[in-house]
Design a binder for this molecule. Structure first.
Ligand code: 6PG
Length: 618
């Protein structure tokens, strides 16, 4: 675009050759009436131009579906440009060829068979409304230089940006670059602590050779093609908010931010709403797999607007792990914070799976097995194969000097909060996901090391090392507890989906958890089919067949462990939950009676089919 005489056709044609996309001169598309008017020397009105501008817009839409194109058109007014890019605002780029009146006048005079009165040229300058969002090119340079500049601006810009080069951000950047995406990467500068992080990282990895590295936020944002797609891999909470605040002044309407951190789903919803009101799109995505997963293929759980998701889908799907059918372990989860909710529950399930493994190892150790023997036993448990089981085996075999590394690790389990959030969320929703809560409290209890040392001396346990356990029963108890854990986790997701009207697809969530993530397992593969049939794992006929058999072993193991004072919070919770759920007539009637007794809270009666609430004067 630009006034007559700036060289739109020349530059357009050169650029078209350079980019191998077609060139169209807008003037060739005028209606017959317009052509007649112009050749009669009558200037066109805005009304005359509408049909013409619409036809150019249609042309652009058709060409975008192919390879795109270059259209030369003076497009002097903002209104004209809005018609021209109507519906393709995000896919269009304006290149504004800009010159002074004298520059253009001199050029026009040099052209053969071209005459434009100085009044007419001046009127073009008067009409020109300079575009805000355009690549502005000074025409006082050679056409080749101009083409080079446009290419630099247009073609060489990055298609994807990533903020935050911590462990996960680094791995994801490398993964994206390995998939051939042109990247811009950013890490903040903190004196003496974080200096040249992005450029040093780029320099140390060959696949990042063509990536652009920044520690200046504005230059980083400017280096990305619009509408921008920027992934944030920064700490959840305040850091995420402050990074978004810092980015906002540099962003343009229609840009998308993707939060790949472990953010709380309610924060994600709030950010989604806030950014929507500022015309910035927001996708909150769970990313699981740790450092290695992020590099080789994580499981990705994005939530937000489905239309916006489509624009970032090629990137996320390309870097995700593959399931057994070669499909990406990445799917649109649902609206607003649902992606982060699902990731949170993933971590809740992870907490209980880890705790169960540590209880199994604890039981075997208490019964005299060596780490090598335990590793060997776990290795033989083929039917329960999982990533966490695999890493446990290799941890058990890790030696340091004469002994085992595991024995040198202090028994205080840390956490970053997602297990806590899951426990809170399940309590808020009134869903009895008791295993994550038990696993969480087991970690908290582990932290009371001093108290444990003191209490052991005060209350020595009556361990009976003579009693042995059956490995077959232990294996069954472990499988049983894992099924209960998964049933509780998916029940929590299903309830959140119902309450928030998220319409989540549980089977698809199980599918994207079959690879890349921390809780990938053979059981998860089995659950894809189970959850296709219904939301409640416990009522699936194949599971019913298995659980019934496994439960008796769980009973044996749990009662044995209690009798010899081995702490097994998660294993015992599994059997307690199971016994609770399979008790049709529970003792909760007494709770209701007590509530009514002291607080007149009323109760429902089994002999009142209307389900009304009654009160008794006790
Ligand atoms: C994953 C992990 C990952 C991380 C958690 C663990 O899916 O890749 O869950 O998100 O390891 O932060 O959290 P804790 O520190 O609370 O165990």
């Amino acid at each position: 675009m630009g006034v007559s005489g700036v060289g739109k056709s020349t530059i357009g044609q050169l650029l078209s050759e350079e980019l191998s996309i077609p060139f169209f001169d807008g003037d060739d598309f005028h209606t017959a009436e317009n052509v007649e008017k112009m050749s009669g020397g009558t200037p066109l009105t805005d009304g005359d131009r509408i049909e013409w501008l619409n036809s150019l817009n249609q042309l652009a839409i058709r060409e975008i579906e192919k390879k795109g194109c270059i259209i030369a058109c003076s497009a002097l007014k903002e209104d004209y440009r809005s018609i021209l890019t109507n519906g393709i605002e995000n896919e269009s780029n304006w290149i504004f060829l800009s010159g002074t009146y004298d520059q253009v006048d001199t050029r026009l005079q040099q052209r053969q068979n071209h005459f434009m009165s100085s009044e007419l040229l001046q009127s073009q300058f008067d009409t020109l409304e300079e575009p805000k969002e355009a690549i502005k090119i000074d025409i006082g340079q050679t056409p080749n230089d101009i083409i080079e500049m446009i290419k630099n601006e247009l073609v060489k810009k990055s298609e994807f940006g990533l903020v935050g080069l911590g462990v996960m951000g680094k791995s994801l950047s490398r993964n994206l670059a390995q998939k051939g995406f042109q990247l811009s990467i950013f890490n903040r500068h903190v004196d003496k602590e974080e200096v040249d992080v992005a450029s040093n990282f780029k320099a140390s990895h060959k696949e990042l050779e063509t990536s652009l590295a920044f520690d200046d936020l504005k230059s980083f944002v400017d280096s990305i093609q619009k509408p921008r797609k920027i992934m944030l891999m920064v700490n959840a909470g305040k850091t995420t908010d402050s990074v978004i605040e810092d980015l906002l002044p540099h962003l343009s309407p229609g840009d998308t931010l993707i939060d790949g951190g472990n953010s709380h789903f309610e924060d994600t919803k709030a950010r989604f709403d806030d950014l929507r009101s500022r015309n910035i799109e927001f996708i909150g995505t769970g990313v699981s797999g740790g450092e290695e997963g992020a590099l080789k293929g994580p499981s990705i759980m994005p939530g937000g607007d489905p239309v916006v998701y489509e624009t970032i889908r090629p990137y996320l799907e390309a870097i995700a792990a593959r399931d057994a059918n070669g499909l990406p372990c990445c799917t649109y989860v649902g609206p607003e914070g649902s992606g982060h909710f699902v990731k949170m529950v993933h971590n809740g399930i992870e907490y209980a799976e880890m705790q169960l493994l540590s209880e199994v190892v604890g039981i075997l150790k208490s019964h005299g097995s060596s780490y090598d023997e335990i590793a060997q036993l776990l290795e033989s448990w083929e039917e329960s194969k999982s990533y966490l089981q695999e890493i446990t085996i290799s941890i058990l075999r890790k030696r340091e000097g004469e002994g085992w590394l595991l024995d040198k690790i202090l028994d205080k389990a840390g956490n970053k909060g997602t297990g806590n959030w899951t426990a809170v969320a399940t309590a808020k929703l009134g869903v009895p996901s008791t295993m994550v809560t038990s696993a969480l409290y087991a970690r908290y209890l582990s932290f009371y090391k001093d108290d444990r040392v003191r209490a052991q001396a005060l209350y020595p346990s009556e361990r009976d090392d003579e009693k042995s356990i059956s490995h077959a029963d232990l294996f069954k108890a472990f499988q049983f507890a894992r099924m209960i854990n998964h049933s509780q986790g998916f029940r929590l997701i299903s309830e959140a989906s119902r309450v928030n009207s998220w319409d989540l697809n549980l089977s698809e969530i199980a599918r994207i958890w079959t690879n890349g993530c921390i809780i990938r397992s053979d059981l998860m593969v089995e659950l894809i089919e189970v959850l296709r049939k219904g939301d409640n794992i416990l009522f699936d006929e194949t599971i019913v067949g298995k659980l019934g058999d496994l439960a008796s072993s769980a009973n044996i193991i749990v009662s044995h462990c209690i009798s010899v004072s081995i702490p097994i919070p998660c294993l015992s919770e599994a059997i307690n939950f199971f016994n609770g759920i399979r008790t049709a007539g529970s003792s909760a009637n007494l709770i209701q009676a007590q509530r009514d007794y002291f607080g007149a809270h009323t109760y429902q009666r089994v002999d009142d089919p209307l389900g009304q609430f009654h009160h008794t004067k006790w």
